[in-house]
Unconditional design. Sequence first.
Length: 267
Amino acid sequence: MIKEIENQTKKLALALKVKGFMNVQYAIKKDKIYVIEVNPRASRTVPFVSKAKNLPLAKIASRVMTGEKLTNFNLKSKTKDMFAVKEAVFPFNKFPNSDLLLGPEMKSTGEVMGFDKNFGMAFAKSQIAASNSLPKKGLAFISLKNSHKEEGVQLAKQLIKLNFTLCGTGGTADYISKHGIKCKKINKVNQGSPHIVDILNTKKIALVINTGGGNSETQISDAVALRRATLANKVPYCTNMSTAKVCLEGIKSLKLKDISVTSLQDL
């Protein structure tokens, strides 16, 4: 997919005769690539990539726009073996009734960078910088859609190894318990108190992994209430399995390694 995106970007740039920067937004669904928009301009990604690769991309692009050849510049990354993780900062806590769902439109109000030789640590640093600090232990809440439950067992095993205790909604807790992992049942909001939002409000939950959902009004209002409560209580919240796995990588690195801070100039 990445190779194909690179190929399509090159074709678009050549067809549009762009000199300088070009910003493309892609979306992938079911292994099909869609182009949302193409703009002949720079974007907020430019300073990020410049810092991550230690290349003055804006300066190079400006000179190319005035007629210099791209081949005059060495565009090879000068920061090999480093991971740079970009995290978006959102203003949801400033808007009491807003939902935390994202779409293709821009909602972030800033971005931060986590930079490290270790991927998990780079991710953890990005979360700390965006005020989403990851927990090293505590109670993790898991609620998964049926297609994720099998994967969820491996996730639960990893959480136990990392010193977390588990709780989950009925179906998820039953499935995890069946595989010999202790997981306490917690009510959904529509099942009555004490439910997940009540427990989040008592600050007892350290991490939320929720890939469930649904289309009924009850399921939608449940999901909105859960998202708002995680935000109000500053609890890290994973909405899909890939995010949850990366989150655990970050937690593992925080537990096993010391955080080191280096200025970009030193790198």
